[in-house]
Design a protein around this ligand. Structure first.
Ligand code: HEM
Length: 373
């Protein structure tokens, strides 16, 4: 009994010590360290850091109507906008007890982004945000990243991407046909372009990633979309270790989605592995399943679980980003009609009025180009 009492007391003391150390002592030391260099920031609150302020500012910014301007920081990162005005372009703020140093000097940014493998590591994911893409390329580092990247690179050669053009044009044609149908007989019609373009990018990624299984791919993406909502909630609130194991409604739902997503992608992986005509497959899944001979002559390939992680990554890394880019481009074209006319004229001249664009056409486009002029 005595021994047990000592053990409990010791564990409790260690816990309290660790808690005070990481939630009070370390933040205090870091703040003092930066203050000495003239770098300040919002006041650290034990355990939660600046999470409450961040969430409040985010909600306030989202509730406002959006003016048509490129000045978007005050909406997408309102706390960075507000604090940079208050504390200058370099400041420290707190994600729970973890500090974030915000910088804006391009030379410093370049140094950090190019100094790979050095002291600047990726921001760690919490176990909840890991569920989304923390275990794929976006979250990996060092040797693991190198192996995954080598294999993923095989899938993203320019010739492979060109080979996906028929699938991409098919998806775009389907959306345009749907818009034509909606327009029929109407003088005016409204469409939520962002929503439609998210469906379009999900369709494109699903076709290029899963080939003939793209309908099942879309169902999986739908599960991930639901998971995304949980993720957004997770990143905007403080991470409390162990909280995710509590059987709350949201935790149970998140676990269910994760299990179902993994099981569904695994089933697609197995079916792809067993497909006879796989040698000629150019879908992402099949390419991720192929192996790579490294410079030492060793064969590298990804485990099924790793392929599942990359499939999840491609969806999150590719869908929202591309849909946002396209939506913004359409918005700007709508605002600057003279550029819309010039862009349309160029596309029709190069690709013709009715025929779908080819890969060669794309290189001929000068105005509608991904290269900046
Ligand atoms: C306009 C569209 C896109 C934008 C603006 C964009 C932006 C970015 C950025 C900024 C990163 C670096 C993230 C970091 O290192 O922290 C990144 C990485 C990545 N993106 Fe994209 N992306 C786009 C489209 C796509 C698409 C379509 C895919 C795949 C289907 C994709 C897959 C990835 C992957 C796998 C990574 C991690 C690469 C690595 O660490 O090796 N992205 N993207």
């Amino acid at each position: 009994m005595y021994t047990l009492g000592v053990f409990v007391l010791l564990s409790f003391t260690i816990f309290i010590f660790k808690f005070v150390y990481s939630n009070f002592w370390v933040p205090w030391r870091i703040q003092t360290h930066f203050q000495k260099q003239g770098i300040t920031g919002p006041r650290y609150l034990p355990i939660i850091g600046n999470a409450t302020d961040m969430r409040r500012m985010y909600m306030e910014a989202q509730a406002k109507t959006i003016p048509l301007t490129h000045d978007i920081i005050c909406r997408v990162l309102p706390y960075i906008h507000q604090w940079s005005m208050e504390y200058g372009k370099m400041f420290v703020y707190w994600f729970g007890p973890k500090p974030r140093l915000t910088i804006s000097d391009p030379v410093m940014i370049k140094e950090i982004l190019t100094n790979t493998g050095g002291p600047f590591r990726k921001v760690g994911f919490t176990p909840v945000s890991k569920l989304l893409f923390g275990e794929g390329l976006v979250g990996l580092e060092d040797e693991q990243w190198v192996v995954h990247r080598r294999i993923a690179n095989q899938a993203f050669t320019i010739d492979r991407v060109k080979g996906w053009l028929p699938e991409i044009t098919l998806s775009v044609r389907n959306v345009l046909d749907k818009w034509e149908e909606m327009k029929e007989g109407m003088e005016e019609f409204e469409v939520d372009v962002h929503k439609q373009l998210r469906l379009l990018t999900a369709d494109v990624i699903s076709r290029t990633a899963f080939g003939s299984n793209f309908e099942e791919g879309k169902r999986i993406f739908n599960l991930q979309e639901q998971q995304m909502n949980h993720f957004l909630q997770a990143v905007s609130s403080v991470y409390i270790p162990g909280y995710r194991f509590l059987p709350t409604k949201m935790n149970r739902e998140r676990d269910r989605l994760e299990k179902e997503t993994r099981a569904s992608i695994k089933a697609l992986v197995e079916s792809e592995k067993n497909r006879k005509e796989r040698e000629n497959s150019t879908n992402l899944l099949s390419l991720l399943l192929s192996s790579y001979k490294n410079q030492n002559g060793e064969i590298e390939n990804l485990e099924v679980d790793e392929v599942v992680n990359e499939c999840k990554t491609f969806y999150f890394a590719g869908m929202e980003t591309t849909a946002n880019l396209l939506t913004w481009a359409l918005l700007l074209l709508a605002e600057h009609q003279e550029w819309q006319d010039r862009a349309r004229e160029e596309v029709i001249n190069v690709c013709g009025q009715k025929t779908p664009p080819t890969a060669d056409n794309l290189t001929e486009l000068k105005l509608v180009s991904i290269k900046s002029q």
